[in-house]
Design a protein around this ligand. Structure first.
Ligand code: AHR
Length: 640
């Protein structure tokens, strides 16, 4: 059956396509979570950093011992009676002497200072919520001065806390800086003598996205919400299947009180607190109206574990068979945690985290571009069969390797056909020329096999030519929205100076956000999705391979959405005919993204390339001169 097959009766000559087509893929790569989207300002808050992550790291990394005012004491990292066995390290401070010398101007005491993720950005008159766990080790209470300070020691905000228990107890304080500062540090000073243990030292802006506790950085979360994604895939990527079996992302380690979560090495060479864990991912999806798509390992680790990509990717490890039943149960438990009633064991845990209503999980991804070995196939089938048997309502998303073709791609598709996997996840990172040469890739896909989730793709670059090649490809994804069920660009976020993957959708530092032309393309598609595709509404020179276009209708609003792409270097006219839609508005919203092929946004100039919006007059038929190197979206209301 051809991609252009239309169902004239139901859709006025249009073709039903997926209404979950454009979404996001969030992976904790490039410091996307800790130091990024997760709004925690303290780095290494639980003293769990260690040399397996970076050889120079240890439990005291990003902390500094301080003893101002001629004070002195002793410090050690201990593990004997932690807050929770999954959070084993904590700091012990023995304050031997707090100086009272008259000549010292400032706060005397013994304590620690945290420099955050390259310092902390704080804003004047905004509230910052501080908390720490302390266990008094002597009989007397310990008093603390908590402050935000500039690197030169100027106090921006301060508060006081006194301990009251010999058990681990959480103490909180509010800090409201009197002025803006981009290089603040958090200082905790014991101002009385005594010995104590301290752990999980945290500082969050009160203004997180939607003011959530343990929430997301508001400005970053907002640019994601602005895209109006239909789904979010998380937490990876390679982060999911992990660098060896012990590094697999296990969802149960990432829920519950943060002080009880299991922190771990990030496959991308840093540390993950899991403070941004499954509860937060699901809550964020709900907050922005996106469907959650968690991806779980298929019982095997990354084939590149231990850096074996250098010797041909032979590092896949498989869970022993006698651990598989327990592992499968872990996956079934996730479905119960997300959707089960509060009376179920896992539904009760969701409720106790503050979310009694189900999260309405519909999709579960199993595996991430794994090597399709017999070990993988055996484990995938066991998991797939178990989900199908217990939760036939869940759509399983399988995986077909790391490239647009090749051995794993072929074997992955063979497995998909054999098992009748509903959706499979394709990944490819290729040049813009590849996208332009392969616009018709999905026209040829059989309509009765598994649907495609294009879970990771990008052309190598963040210039206009990259973004517009991707836009051209997306018009064909819309046209093939009956076989391509979902699509998400990758990677999503990247912190300036901390990137492991150079081409990304959104760059940021502690203060600024850089939206790439690729971001605007994604947003223009994602915020303008339809569920019926129409052929022949836009006419263009079919022999000109630099032109692409699509027309969809959103059946909820009735709006018709035109997308027109010109990858060439001269303006080209397209002709639009809206007659089949009956009465349409005489004005429409038009958004245009255009620029020279090599133009890009930079931290020095973040708005070199931005889309422009306007209201244009239109008729039932009209001509559109598509500017060179451009994507145009026109949204037209219908009046039937
Ligand atoms: O998106 C970056 C990485 O690319 C993902 O972790 C992995 O799935 C792919 O190889």
């Amino acid at each position: 059956m051809s991609a252009e097959k239309i169902d004239a009766q139901n859709f006025k000559g249009g073709k039903k396509i997926s209404n979950n087509l454009f979404g996001l893929f969030f992976e904790d790569i490039n410091y996307s979570a800790d130091g990024g989207l997760y709004a925690e300002l303290v780095q290494n808050r639980s003293f769990e950093y260690n040399p397996t992550e970076r050889k120079e790291w240890n439990p005291f990394s990003f902390w500094e011992y301080i003893a101002p005012g001629y004070s002195y004491g002793r410090i050690s990292v201990e593990t004997s009676a932690p807050i929770h066995p999954d959070n084993p390290h904590y700091l012990v401070l023995d304050v031997e002497h707090v100086g009272k010398e008259v000549k010292y101007v400032g706060i005397s005491g013994v304590g620690i200072k945290n420099s955050g993720f390259e310092n902390m950005v704080v804003k004047s008159n905004e509230k910052y919520n501080f908390s720490m766990f302390v266990r008094q080790l002597g009989k007397d209470p310990v008093s603390f001065n908590i402050s935000l300070q500039t690197p030169k020691g100027k106090v921006l905000a301060e508060s006081k806390i006194s301990t009251s228990s010999n058990n681990w107890t959480k103490y909180t304080a509010s800090l409201i800086p009197a002025q803006n500062n981009d290089t603040a540090n958090l200082v905790i000073l014991a101002t009385t003598e005594g010995k104590f243990a301290i752990d999980v030292v945290s500082l969050f802006p009160e203004k997180t996205f939607k003011n959530r506790l343990n929430g997301m950085r508001a400005d970053l979360a907002q640019v994601l919400a602005d895209m109006k994604p239909r789904f979010i895939r998380f937490p990876g990527g390679c982060l999911t299947h992990g660098d060896g079996l012990g590094n697999m992302y296990r969802w149960k380690n990432t829920i519950g009180p943060v002080e009880q979560r299991k922190e771990q090495r990030n496959i991308w060479g840093y540390h993950q607190t899991t403070g941004l864990g499954y509860f937060e991912y699901f809550r964020f999806c709900e907050d922005i109206g996106a469907k959650p798509l968690p991806v779980l390992p298929a019982g095997v680790s990354c084939q590149n574990s231990g850096g074996t990509w250098r010797i041909g990717g032979t590092g896949q490890k498989a869970l022993p068979m006698d651990e598989m039943q327990e592992y499968i149960q872990e996956i079934l438990d996730l479905i119960e945690w997300a959707n089960g009633p509060v009376t179920s064991a896992w539904g009760a845990k969701r409720a106790s985290a503050g979310h009694p209503a189900p999260f309405n999980l519909e999709y579960v991804g199993i595996g991430n571009e794994d090597k399709i070995t017999p070990e993988f196939e055996e484990r995938f089938k066991m998991i797939f069969d178990a989900i199908k048997a217990k939760h036939p309502e869940i759509t399983v998303v399988g995986t077909v390797g790391p490239g647009q073709d090749g051995d794993d791609f072929t074997k992955g598709w063979e497995l998909a056909d054999k098992l009748k996997i509903p959706v499979v996840d394709e990944h490819y990172y290729v040049q813009p020329e590849w996208f332009m040469a392969n616009l018709h890739r999905y026209d040829k896909y059989p309509r009765s096999s598994s649907k495609v989730y294009l879970g990771e793709y990008a052309s190598w670059g963040n210039k206009m030519k990259n973004a517009i090649a991707e836009a051209a490809y997306l018009t064909r994804i819309e046209c093939n929205g009956d076989v391509v069920h979902m699509a998400s660009y990758a990677p999503l976020l990247a912190k300036k100076g901390f990137t492991q993957w150079t081409t990304d959708l959104i760059f940021f530092d502690n203060l600024n956000i850089l939206l790439t032309p690729n971001y605007y393309v994604q947003k223009m598609f994602s915020a303008n999705q339809g569920d019926i595709y129409f052929d022949k509404v836009i006419s263009k020179n079919e022999n000109d391979s630099t032109l692409a276009a699509s027309c969809v209708q959103d059946s909820k609003s009735g709006d018709i959405i035109l997308k027109m792409v010109n990858y060439g270097n001269a303006s080209k006219t397209m002709k639009i005919n809206l007659y089949k839609f009956g009465k349409t508005a005489w004005e429409a919203e038009q958004i245009v993204l255009t620029g020279s092929p090599d133009a890009e946004n930079t931290f020095g100039k973040t708005n070199r390339i931005v889309p422009t919006s306007s209201v244009i007059k239109i008729g039932r038929t009209f001509d559109y001169p598509a500017p060179p190197m451009s994507l145009t979206v026109v949204r037209i209301e219908t009046k039937n």
